[in-house]
Every structure is written in structure tokens, then in C-alpha cells.
Design a protein around this ligand. Structure first.
Ligand SMILES: [Zn+2]
Length: 680
């Protein structure tokens, strides 16, 4: 039975300018704000992003097509082994053409940080992305490391509504010019698909679809829904919402964005029904006039949903997929996070506006949230291993389909496509191939032990597709932002800081949150993010105690204590390196840059709870978790890979060198703010 994807009502078509049509006056470069607050989505005036100009072509280019294939998390060790086993034939061809190198990642080697360095050719001190999460020094509250949001400044109360008089806005945290902005200024047309740390994309000429860092419609990185008669995950805890089947019908409510146009910012929601046919193992969903019949075990296509913000005045469009996990004996329905609808995105996920719609009109609707593989549902046991892989495969197929078409139609300039499924699948399937992992078992290995290798085979196929269109005018660069390592043991950094007296808690209980329960008057340091470590600095943090004069000595003592730390169970060092930000980066933002960046030893990583400011004990414990591989450790332990058609001269290139090489490939001089050197 075919899953249907009903079309929404016809909406205003926004046409994006082709490269030749764009205005040439750089003074027109302005960004019209049409945005909303992350986590409190107020979709206000649908403004448009204005195009910017570019200078005419300067000079002849040696070659005029460059394909950049960014594949997240490909590890040089695994790649080299599989090449040696003859499993990656396309990469072997590429190696023979231009060479194969390890590619030095950033400090820390996290995707948002590393890709931002690749995009700008600058280190994190300059581009301003240090971690998935940052903190606000005035409040110690977590803030997104990738996009900054501000609610509207002025609102007009009107009954239960709060009508915005000024736009709320979301801005890119990433500072510095993207290499495609510079290329466009030199007349090189660029198309950039799903680059991380590029939400919202700046409308600077290049055709862009945002990637990692783009939220779902609720402002999170991915919040699925689950409706079940017994909504337990595999750990036994309740997940999602309990529903009842009454006379063959389930009534449920799908949550949409919080409505910041309404007093108290309540959740918007859409009611829907499912008619359950247990005899034939079918469910018929009825939502906003759309009817979708799904067999047990079947996924729907993307279903457009509109959430009402102000009746008859304002609504927001999203899309989601439904998965009829079980009809009998017990009803279970999973719904993906609601993504922005690419046909009519309420926030700018594209540039110029309308590019996402153009793609959706050609290829059908597609995922737009930045972390579309629902690892959260797998971790909570809402999806099992096979179901998760199917969902991640749907995501990958969409990206591949668009990549394939763009390759065939690629005329001139730069085409950059990013793939993230390789990273996500290695994170959650490492446990199936590594007998040393606490979660490993032989049954798992038998059923899923090949998933990680499959990531590399798929990457090799992508390389093959790109090589197929390479000719004498075309170069290809394949890179990953970091490699991969096992995640055997987790380190509760905030628990350790509390044990050592660096962090004092008013509530010493396991699970206390530093934002609310730290005794800041007696605390010298705290951890936020997977690698960030901050001093509680006087004059910067709201209740700072470490004076600027003491800062250096406290930071060095902390670094020495961390490096001396041994795992009490194994005697192994937990931390390989601790970097002082002023030594690791060419410049720092005194308010935002972490004072220290912790580089964990292979096998260790900061616990997820500590990364969001929770104090847990013991300081080091087993990671018996599906999230079993990782790379947020010491940069030297997890370099990425680099392959190219053009001979790579550099022996030990770093991410910023690839950026410089991209400019050099088009004969464009590398600007002074970029820190890399061309590798050819
Ligand atoms: Zn990752």
C-alpha cells in the first residue's frame, strides 16, 4: 500500500534568482529579519532575504568545476583498513590520483566547530563556535553553540495574544566569511547543500540549504512523538504519550511550536485520529483532512501539517513522517520530529529564499532539521536498531537523490554536499563491532556488526558518483571533519570538579544542576559542553570569584590535575590533553571562549549529563549505552580524511588548508583572515 503525501494548499511561489540575475550592488547586502526565537517560535512577518552582489569574474580559472564532498566522521584508520581490504574501490582510485591524507581536526574535534573552521578557514577563536552548547556568563544558562536567538523587543498585548511590533530574530553564531562568499565575489557560482553551522544561511549569492544546527519546528535538535497503549522504551521507562483504543479509534494530539504570539507561550497542537484495524493490521490516520493508511511496520511519506498561531491570521507549516510501529497486540505509533516544510519554511533554511522550495518541487518534500537521524528515538528504545536504520536510510536517500541530480546538472563553479548519516550511525552502532565495548554482545554483532563498514561503503559509492562526472575541467575533494573512536567510559566532569573542590554545590545530590544549584561564591570552575571548561571569573560570570590575576594559575592547576587523572578501575589516563584557549586559538572572545578545552583520551568522553551542567557520580563509569562511538575527545586522536583528484602536496594538512585550496583551485587569492595554506 502506497503511503500518500497529500499536497498542502497552493502557496505563493518564491522564485530565486539564478546566479546571472542577481543584483550586482554590494550595498544591497542586507538581511531582512523574519525570524523567531529558538524554542519559542514566533513566526512573524514573512520578510525576505535580499540578495547581495558579486564582482565580475576575475581572471581565467585553470579548471572551472569543483565538487566538494563532505562526509561527516570518516575515520582514517577504518578507511585505510577497508582500502587495504579492497572494499573502497572509488576511494582507492582517488588515492591514486591525488593522494590520501589524514586531516587535522579542530580543538575540539566536534562537527559544528570543525565544519565552521572548514567554512571560514579560521580557528574557533575567530569563528566563535566552540561546542554544541555554550553558556551565558550572566546567567550560567545553556545557549545553542550554533544559532543565537532573541525574542521580539516590542510586543503589543491584545487579549490572549502578544502581537510582535518588532521582529524576533535568529542569527548565525558563526563569524567570518564563508569561502563560498569569497568565490561568489569572484564570479564563481556556488551551491552548498546542508553545510553544518550555516543556519540561518546568509544570503550572499550562493544557493544554500542549511544543515546541522537547523532546529525542528519546536526549536530543538529533534523531538519526536510517540503514542502507544504501553509507551515503554526498552529501559522500561515511559516514553511519549499513553493513548487508548476506544471502539477502534485512537485520538491523539501532535505538538507543534510553542506559540510566542500567545500569553504564556502555550504549545500549538493538531488533533488527529487513527482508526485501528487489528484484524488486517492496518491503521488509518486522519489529520487535517488528510487520510493515510499504513500497515503495521509501514512508514508514511512526509505529511504537511499547519499549526495555527493566530486563527485565520498566522499559521506555521511543518512536515513529519508517521511510522505504524504496531497495530496489534498493542497500538504503537511513532512520529518523526516536525521539520520545517521546505515548500514554505517559517524560518530561513535556504538562500536565496525559495531555493528549498525549488528543490522540493523537483524532488518532493525532504527533511530540513539539521540532525534528521533520530538517534534519540533509538536511545530511548522507541525505535529498535532495525527501525532506526530504516529511518536513517530514508534521510540518506533524500540527500543522495538531490546530490545525484545536482551532479548531473552541474555546469560551472562549486558544488558542496554534506552527508551526516555516516557520523550518526557510527555513534550508535560502534557497540556492534567492538567486543571491548560494555554494550557489545554476540547477537548484536551478528545482526548489526556490519553497519559501520556499510557507512564507508556508502561513502565510497558517493565518491564513485562524483568521480563519474569528473573530467578535465573538474576537481573533486572528499573530506571528513574528524575520525571516530570507541566511547567505553564516561567522565562526569562536573562531578569530578565537585569532588576536587573546584565546584561547590548547595545541593550535593547526584543529578543536581549547576545552573540552579551551584554555590557560585565558592566555585572556581564548571563544565558546559562536551569539551568546554570555564573558570568562574570575576567581572565576567555573574557571581565570578576567580580574579583576572588568578586566572592563569587556576587554569594551569586545573589542567595539570586533569592530565594527572587516572581511571580508578583501569589505571589509564582519562585526559590526553588540556588546552588553554589563549594557546590553542589565535584570538579569543573574552566572554564566550571556554578557558580550557578538555581533550579526552581515546575510549573516554565527557558524559552527556555533565555536558549540560549536571553533577553526577562517580567521576568515571562504564558507558553501557547505544551511543557507543564518539570523537569529542583529543583532536590528535581523531583526525579526519582527505582525498582529492589533484595531487595533494601537503604532508599533514588541516581543515583550514582545504579551505585555502578551494579558493586556490579557482585562482582566488586566499584572504589574510584565513589561516590555511593551499595544499597545491
Ligand atoms: Zn558526531
Amino acid at each position: 500500500m502506497a503511503a500518500n503525501e497529500p499536497q498542502g494548499p497552493a502557496r505563493r511561489r518564491r522564485k530565486s534568482a539564478s546566479p546571472a540575475d542577481r543584483p550586482a550592488d554590494p550595498s544591497k547586502r542586507k538581511t531582512l529579519k523574519k525570524l523567531a526565537a529558538l524554542g519559542a517560535l514566533a513566526v512573524v512577518d514573512a520578510g525576505a532575504l535580499a540578495s547581495c552582489g558579486r564582482r565580475p569574474t576575475s581572471g581565467a580559472h585553470a579548471r572551472d568545476r569543483l565538487i566538494l564532498l563532505g562526509i561527516d566522521g570518516l575515520d582514517p584508520g577504518i578507511t585505510a583498513r577497508m582500502m587495504a581490504e579492497g572494499k573502497l574501490q572509488n576511494m582507492l582510485r582517488l588515492k591514486a590520483m591525488g593522494g590520501f591524507r589524514t586531516l587535522a581536526s579542530t580543538i575540539p574535534p566536534q562537527s559544528p566547530v570543525a565544519w565552521a573552521t572548514f567554512i571560514t578557514g579560521q580557528d574557533p577563536g575567530r569563528h566563535g563556535i566552540y561546542d554544541f552548547v555554550h553558556r551565558h556568563p550572566d546567567t550560567y544558562e545553556l545557549v545553542s553553540g550554533m544559532a543565537r536567538t532573541a525574542p521580539p523587543k516590542y510586543t503589543l498585548p491584545c487579549g490572549q495574544w502578544r502581537l510582535p511590533l518588532s521582529s524576533s530574530q535568529v542569527d548565525l553564531v558563526r563569524q567570518g566569511r564563508a569561502f563560498w562568499e569569497i568565490l561568489e565575489e569572484h564570479g564563481v557560482p556556488c551551491e552548498v547543500h546542508r553545510a553544518p553551522s550555516n543556519f540561518p544561511p546568509r544570503d550572499t549569492g550562493a544557493r544554500q540549504l542549511a544543515g546541522l544546527g537547523t532546529p525542528d519546528i519546536r526549536g530543538s535538535l529533534g523531538e519526536h512523538s510517540y503514542f502507544a497503549e504501553s509507551p515503554q522504551g526498552d529501559g522500561g521507562e515511559t516514553q511519549g504519550e499513553r493513548v487508548r483504543v476506544v471502539e477502534g479509534r485512537v485520538r491523539a494530539r501532535l505538538k507543534g511550536p510553542r506559540n510566542s504570539l500567545q500569553t504564556g507561550t502555550p504549545d500549538t497542537a493538531v488533533d488527529f485520529d487513527v482508526w485501528v484495524d487489528r484484524r488486517h493490521l492496518l491503521g488509518k490516520l486522519s489529520i487535517q483532512g488528510q487520510e493515510i493508511v499504513l500497515r503495521q511496520g509501514e512508514w508514511s511519506g512526509w505529511v504537511p501539517i499547519r499549526f495555527t498561531m493566530v486563527p485565520h491570521v498566522k499559521s506555521v507549516g511543518g512536515i513529519c513522517r508517521f511510522y505504524m510501529k504496531e497495530v496489534a497486540p498493542s497500538f504503537k505509533l511513532y512520529v518523526t520530529p516536525v521539520h520545517f516544510d521546505p515548500m514554505d519554511p517559517p524560518l530561513p533554511i535556504d538562500a536565496p529564499p525559495g531555493f528549498a522550495r525549488e528543490l522540493a518541487e523537483r524532488h518532493g518534500r525532504f527533511h530540513t532539521a539539521g540532525l534528521p537521524e533520530d538517534t534519540g528515538a533509538l536511545m530511548r528504545g522507541v525505535l529498535d536498531d532495525g527501525e532506526y536504520l530504516h529511518q536513517a536510510g530514508l534521510v540518506l536517500d533524500e540527500t543522495r537523490r538531490i546530490f545525484h541530480t545536482r551532479l548531473q546538472e552541474f555546469q560551472r563553479g562549486l558544488l558542496f554536499s554534506y552527508f551526516g548519516t555516516t557520523d550518526r550511525n557510527q555513534h550508535v552502532f560502534w557497540r556492534t563491532m567492538d567486543p571491548l565495548h560494555p554494550y557489545y554482545d554476540e547477537g548484536l554483532a551478528r545482526d548489526y556488526g556490519g553497519v559501520v563498514e556499510e557507512c564507508y561503503r556508502m561513502a565510497d559509492e558517493l565518491v564513485g558518483e562524483a568521480l563519474a562526472v569528473c573530467d578535465s575541467r573538474t576537481d573533486l575533494i572528499v573530506l571528513s571533519d574528524h575520525g571516530f573512536a570507541p566511547f567505553y567510559r564516561k567522565f562526569n566532569l562536573n562531578g569530578w570538579l565537585a569532588d576536587r573542590g573546584y565546584l561547590a554545590m548547595r545541593n550535593p545530590q547526584d543529578g543536581a544542576n549547576i545552573t540552579r544549584e551551584a554555590d557560585w561564591g565558592r566555585s572556581a570552575a564548571y563544565g558546559i559542553g562536551l569539551n568546554g571548561l570555564y573558570l568562574n571569573l570575576k567581572g565576567r560570570e555573574r557571581d565570578g570569584v576567580v580574579t583576572p590575576e588568578e586566572r592563569g594559575s587556576v587554569a594551569r592547576r586545573l589542567a595539570a590535575d586533569l592530565k594527572a587523572l587516572r581511571d580508578p578501575d583501569t589505571g589509564e589516563p582519562v585526559v590526553a590533553n588540556v588546552y588553554l584557549s589563549e594557546e590553542a586559538y589565535s584570538t579569543v572572545n573574552p566572554d564566550m571562549t571556554p578557558d580550557l578545552i578538555v581533550g579526552y583520551a581515546r575510549g573516554y568522553r565527557c558524559s552527556a549529563l555533565s555536558a549540560v551542567g549536571v553533577v553526577t557520580y562517580p567521576p568515571v563509569e562504564d558507558n553501557a549505552n547505544k551511543w557507543s562511538g564518539d570523537h569529542c575527545i583529543d583532536r590528535q586522536a581523531v583526525p579526519g580524511i582527505l582525498l582529492a583528484t589533484k595531487p595533494i602536496r601537503a604532508e599533514s594538512p588541516a581543515l583550514a588548508d582545504v579551505t585555502a585550496s578551494v579558493l586556490a583551485a579557482f585562482g582566488v587569492q586566499v584572504p589574510g583572515e584565513m589561516q590555511g595554506k593551499p595544499m597545491w
